[in-house]
Design a protein around this ligand. Structure first.
Ligand code: SF4
Length: 379
């Protein structure tokens, strides 16, 4: 902690390099009023390399150091209006969480402390974070403190008090969380918890919002075409989205990135989470071809008429033509709106998706870094 404080207490200029004078820098706009409270992540998600970059053992700053930085932002950072835009790190709610036993932690070789289940040796006490939030809110001149970093929801459900504190004081209309998928096959390759954890968190979130008298929404993120994802998995995810009234506006299709375990799956076709030996390695289906990658993305955007020809063709070849039609339980209509779908699954600029029969209103959500406008008036 002393080393972390030492680094963060250095007298930074808190301004872009003078070479950018007068220019608007989007990344700077995002971070200039945000505070990093910790580094590292013990989540171990296969597609992410934060653990490799920052370590699996969480390094937290002291409260004093964090509060001092917030006072510095208040006093010295241009344009501060009293709003801390984010207080977090790679994961919002791993502050001061650690293995109960330092010796065990030092020799432990598990790639994740929370997958397949939360390890019984992990201390999941959120009290230090709750106390920190309260102290930050009490800093004179600070009007609002947002949590924009991703919340690890399977950890958050361990502390209903934390969820209440988060919803009541630190959510601005929407909260982004990342179940990444609904199906066990791809989730096991990603080392992510089952969708049951999302349901448990949503229940707590909705209860906390109701108690606080606010109307807030969860924005779930999903990944298409991750290694180990079948066409059927994507179809089931699309059915889940429709059933729950979600329409993803921007989605991400998996791309291999340096140092991540999923990258090894993608390039070798084997599962590195199981023993890898000549002749006995577990094969993993990887989604490589352009058509299949487009199809997986199209399932995430099942509501976009541009995708309907591709989805109809795929559903027929999967033996699921029963999902084509106007019913609430069906995924795509059998008709095609004039002027759409002419380019197969390619998106046409400016096209607006239409609401389908049986789809809940207001369920549209954006993914990957673009937040909808906050609701106006008192939430
Ligand atoms: S024993 Fe459990 S909590 Fe401790 S480091 Fe290993 S996985 Fe994490």
């Amino acid at each position: 902690m002393a080393e972390m404080d030492g680094v963060y207490d250095l007298p930074y200029a808190r301004a872009p390099h003078p070479i950018y004078a007068g220019r608007k820098i989007p990344a700077w706009e995002m971070i200039r009023h945000s505070v990093t409270i910790m580094r590292g992540c013990f989540g171990g998600c296969s597609f992410c390399s934060i653990t490799e970059h920052e370590g699996r053992i969480i390094q937290s700053r002291s409260e004093e150091s964090i509060l001092k930085e917030i006072e510095t932002i208040r006093d010295k950072t241009e344009g501060f209006t009293g709003v801390i835009s984010d207080i977090g790190g790679p994961t919002a709610n791993m502050y001061r969480l650690a293995c109960k036993d330092r010796q065990t932690e030092a020799v432990c070789r598990r790639p994740s402390c929370v997958y397949p289940d939360i390890c019984k040796n992990l201390d999941t006490n959120h009290d230090p974070l709750i106390q920190l939030y309260r102290k930050v809110r009490a800093v004179p001149g600070v009007k609002k403190v947002n949590v924009a970093s991703g919340v690890r929801y399977d950890l958050a459900v361990e502390s209903p008090e934390y969820v209440q504190e988060l919803v009541e004081h630190h959510v601005g209309g929407y909260l982004k969380i990342a179940p990444e998928h609904t199906e066990d096959g791809p989730l096991s390759m990603m080392m992510k918890p089952g969708i049951g954890s999302y349901d448990a968190f949503k229940k707590l979130f909705d209860e906390a919002a109701k108690k606080a008298g606010k109307k807030y929404f969860l924005i779930p993120y999903f990944i298409a075409a991750h290694p180990g994802t079948t066409d059927e998995d994507m179809m089931n995810l699309a059915l889940w989205l429709k059933k729950n009234g979600y329409r993803a506006d921007q989605v991400q299709t998996y791309l291999p990135s340096p140092m991540a375990l999923s990258t090894a799956m993608y390039h070798t076709g084997f599962n590195p989470l199981k023993p890898v030996r000549r002749g006995v390695s577990e094969p993993v289906d990887t989604v490589r071809g352009l058509r299949q990658r487009r199809l997986h993305k199209a399932f995430l955007r099942y509501h976009d008429a541009e995708n309907w020809p591709l989805l109809r063709e795929a559903l027929k070849s999967m033996g699921r033509a029963d999902l084509i039609g106007p019913g609430k339980h069906q995924l795509v209509p059998s008709w095609q709106p004039a002027g759409t779908g002419a380019k197969g699954d390619r998106k046409q600029a400016g096209h607006k998706a239409r609401q389908q029969p049986g789809e809940a209103k207001g369920g549209k959500f954006l993914t990957k870094g673009v937040l909808p406008r906050r609701p106006t008036g008192k939430a």
